[in-house]
Structure formats: structure tokens, C-alpha cells
Design a protein around this ligand. Structure first.
Ligand code: FE2
Length: 284
């Protein structure tokens, strides 16, 4: 018996000001906890105007989370307290385990044309909140793409599609992260683990996400699915490109202030005190 997941919430990402004045769209975040558990936040920078993003995200701390940054078009320079420096650009992915603490900056460069980059925050379980921080760049050419007979293309960033495994393997919660492009009037079905949280975020085009008759969702729509064991997508005449992300919920208390996400208020207070006193960084 298989059940197609029905969308239980469909809503647009919201204009949000972040960092030193970056105008981005937030798909979900603080106010949606715990609906997207184990995911905490998805931010989408998408603009033709460099004034919207070049202020960037100067030095700031993180603790208790992992982030997956996916630059679809553009160039983001980063540097951090464990000695990493570099640029992520056009199709590259970078993941970071903040663990016990990292201080970094993320600075988008001015480019011609459409800048687009997404950052997903994945929560760490209580047992791993204070793990050793780590950071890795994943170049675009190492991200495999599976092309189906009907023209659908699935880029596998994390997890596995049939026999193809994505290069982002070390996120503690082992999420599945696919970038799926479906041609016009074409259907796409994906099995999902029962009990996992599953959502889609529409990058471009339009599709119905769910059993037949579901209203189509367009660009910047967030689709959170209910229970079931698969997702069914039907692209409209424009075709569709969306992120399909899933993971096993943690079911733990969330204490969240700014860039730090722990399990209790005491742990948050300690983190901010350590940051003020210069004892935040534990290693590296
Ligand atoms: Fe950050």
C-alpha cells in the first residue's frame, strides 16, 4: 500500500533582511519550529541588483547546527575561524558543521545578472551539538545528475537517487537534498521514508505537488508534505525546478537565538557569554 503525501502547508517565502543588510527570501525559519524538524531554516538570495546582497554576512558565530550552502549562480567568498578560505560559485555546494562553535563570514560578490544562492540549516541532535566543527567545499562538477527518459534531471546533492549518491555525505542527520527539473506537462514521483519530514521549494516554473487535482505552486513557494511514502509532482506548461529535501525529525527541544541553536536557554546563555568573553571557539 502506498500513499502519496498531501501538501499540508503551501506558502510563499517571505522577504527578510539578514546579515549586514542582505535582502533575501526566507522560506521558513524560527516561526515554523518544529514543523520542518530536523530542518531549521532555508534562505534564498535571488536578485539582479547587487545592492541587495553585497553587504553580505560579516563575521558571526554559529553553534549547534550544520549548514548547506548551494550557490546556483554567483560567487560567495567565505572565511572562518578554523582557517578555511575560498569562493563558492555557479553550482558549488559548501557544507559546514558549526558543532561547538565556528566564527565565519560569507560575502557574496557583485556579479552581472541573476545572483541565486540558498542556505539550509540542519539541526544537530543534542548528542552532537558540541562536536568538532568542520567545513567542506563541494565543487559543481562533483555533484552527479541523473537524467530520466522523459527529460527530468535530478541533481543529487545529498542522499541517494537510485544508485547515484550525492557528495554531501557527512551531515549528521543524513538528509536527502535533490535539485529536480521536470519538463512541461511531465510527472515525477519520488519515494520517501515514512516518518521523515519532506518539503519542496520551487525555484522556477510551476507544478502541482500531491495527488491529482492539487493546485499548482509557483516560484518561491514552500510546500510542506504530510504523511505518506512518496511525493508526486506534475509540472505545468512552464515546467518546474524545485528543491526536494527530506530528513528524519529529531523531536528534541529547540532553543534558538540568532545564529545559535541549542536545546535549552541555559546552553544559549552560556554560548553568548562565551562569545562575549572570547572563549566561544573550542578548537581549530
Ligand atoms: Fe553563517
Amino acid at each position: 500500500m502506498s500513499d502519496v503525501r498531501v501538501p499540508i502547508r503551501v506558502f510563499p517565502s517571505r522577504p527578510t533582511l539578514e546579515g549586514a543588510g542582505v535582502r533575501l527570501r526566507r522560506a521558513f525559519g524560527y516561526y515554523e519550529v518544529p514543523q520542518f524538524d530536523p530542518f531549521l531554516l532555508l534562505d534564498d538570495i535571488h536578485s539582479l541588483d547587487p545592492e541587495d546582497y553585497t553587504a553580505g554576512f560579516p563575521w558571526h558565530p554559529h553553534r549547534g547546527i550544520e549548514t548547506v550552502t548551494y550557490v546556483i549562480h554567483g560567487e560567495v567568498e567565505h572565511g572562518d575561524s578554523i582557517g578555511n578560505r575560498g569562493d563558492i560559485r555557479d553550482g558549488d555546494v559548501q557544507w559546514m558543521t558549526a558543532g561547538s562553535g565556528i566564527i565565519h563570514q560569507e560575502m557574496p560578490h557583485r556579479i552581472e545578472g541573476d545572483m541565486r544562492g540558498l542556505q539550509l540549516w540542519v539541526n544537530l541532535p543534542a548528542s552532537h551539538k558540541m562536536m568538532e566543527p568542520r567545513y567542506r567545499d563541494v565543487p559543481a562538477e562533483t555533484i552527479p545528475a541523473v537524467t530520466l527518459e522523459d527529460g527530468t534531471v535530478i541533481k543529487v546533492i545529498a542522499g541517494r537517487y537510485d544508485g547515484t549518491e550525492g557528495p554531501v555525505k557527512d551531515i549528521v542527520r543524513s538528509p536527502e537534498y535533490l535539485d529536480v527539473s521536470v519538463p512541461p506537462h511531465t510527472s515525477f514521483t519520488r519515494s520517501t521514508e515514512p516518518g521523515h519530514t519532506v518539503f519542496a521549494y520551487v525555484l522556477d516554473g510551476e507544478a502541482s505537488f500531491g495527488p491529482g487535482g492539487t493546485d499548482p505552486a509557483g516560484p518561491d513557494s514552500v510546500v510542506l508534505f504530510g504523511k505518506g511514502d512518496r511525493v508526486a509532482v506534475r509540472a505545468s506548461g512552464k515546467g518546474v525546478r524545485f528543491l526536494l529535501i527530506s530528513g528524519e525529525p529529531l523531536g528534541e527541544p529547540v532553543a534558538w537565538r540568532g545564529p545559535i541553536v541549542m536545546n535549552s536557554q541555559e546552553e544559549l546563555d552560556l554560548a553568548f557569554r562565551e562569545y562575549r568573553e572570547g572563549t566561544f571557539i573550542k578548537s581549530g
